[in-house]
Design a protein around this ligand. Sequence first.
Ligand code: NAD
Ligand code: IPM
Ligand code: MN
Length: 348
Amino acid sequence: MTLIALLAGDGIGPEVTAQARRVLEALAPDLVFEEGAVGGAAYRTQGHPLPPETLALAKRSDAVLFGAVGDPAFDALERAMRPEQAILGLRKGLGLFANLRPAKLFAGLEDASALKPEIARKIDLVIVRELTGDVYFGDKGRGLTRTGLREGHDLMRYDEVEVARIARVGFETARTRRHKLLSVDKANVLETSQLWRDVVNEVARDFPDVALSHMYVDNAAMQLVRDPGQFDTIVTGNLFGDILSDQASMCAGSIGMLPSAALGSSAQGMYEPIHGSAPDIAGQGKANPCAAILSAAMMLRHSLDRADVADRIETAVAAAILAGARTADLGGSMSTDAMGDAIMAQLG
Ligand code: NAD
Ligand code: IPM
Ligand code: MN
């Protein structure tokens, strides 16, 4: 039995994962789905954003299909109880240290991109984002300075093993593409980044066939809108990867288009759109389900060894878009369901 833990979460999470499930049920009818409560929805019913049953379900699943978490109603809770802790707890709890975030422009979306069409057309990159370290998981706290001022801190930290293993994923990923790896850091200012750069250079010796270069994150943010076509595989830390991937999404047309795969050292993975719960459009049937559907395709490819089915889904999304299917974020007026219908129709 192949068990998929379906963690839909908050806001548009349930709306977009419903479309992903629909596609999976049509193309991989043997998959068994079990739903788990997560995020604000879980806090409401069970008093915790990541109830132990949900973590246990995720651990015994072959793969996790995740929607989104986050609810403004819970932004004032103590941090440990906020919806976002669910996703961080799952990543850490499942050991998913590598996050693949591909960004490419689907033909026909040139006008949806924030860039000029001739520049947008060239974007085809993957961000390999470290996912269980950095300032996200370092010591954090609040207090008072000696003079009584309120202060807060979040420690940015990596050790060499954490950097080496994500660097390897970066090089391996580059090998499946154009053999070009760019490591993005802030080594001109941050010691964490200098260690990062040193270790990436050491790991590079095992990958002489991959051309490695380095770039500071501020320049990378600028280059991403100036000429995204220069990038192939980008490896970077947790925080920089978070920010650059949202930016890359708008170069490719919409945040509603970008899927992701969170991977560890086994075949198990967690698959989710890079976007959040979008409270501003939740419940209106407006959300673009493509990122969720493409995440399901990544799940088939990376965790379930069904690249052929993944290809079919990606081809169907591309065909639906080429045929003019558009939700509001892409400049159209289709509902989430209608976009799902358009993709299903392409699957035949
Ligand atoms: P967001 O990604 O939810 O939304 C940003 C903007 O993009 C909004 O205007 C939204 O309407 C739009 N958008 C996002 N996904 C879309 C889609 N599929 N189709 C059409 N439009 C889409 O980011 P935010 O507003 O900063 O955060 C909202 C909540 O989500 C917060 O609680 C945040 O912590 C959480 N969040 C969760 C995840 C996750 O679960 N992986 C990721 C990011 C943010
Ligand atoms: C993402 C989100 C998360 C992150 C938040 C919700 C914790 O922004 O998956 O990109 O920062 O990793
Ligand atoms: Mn993010």
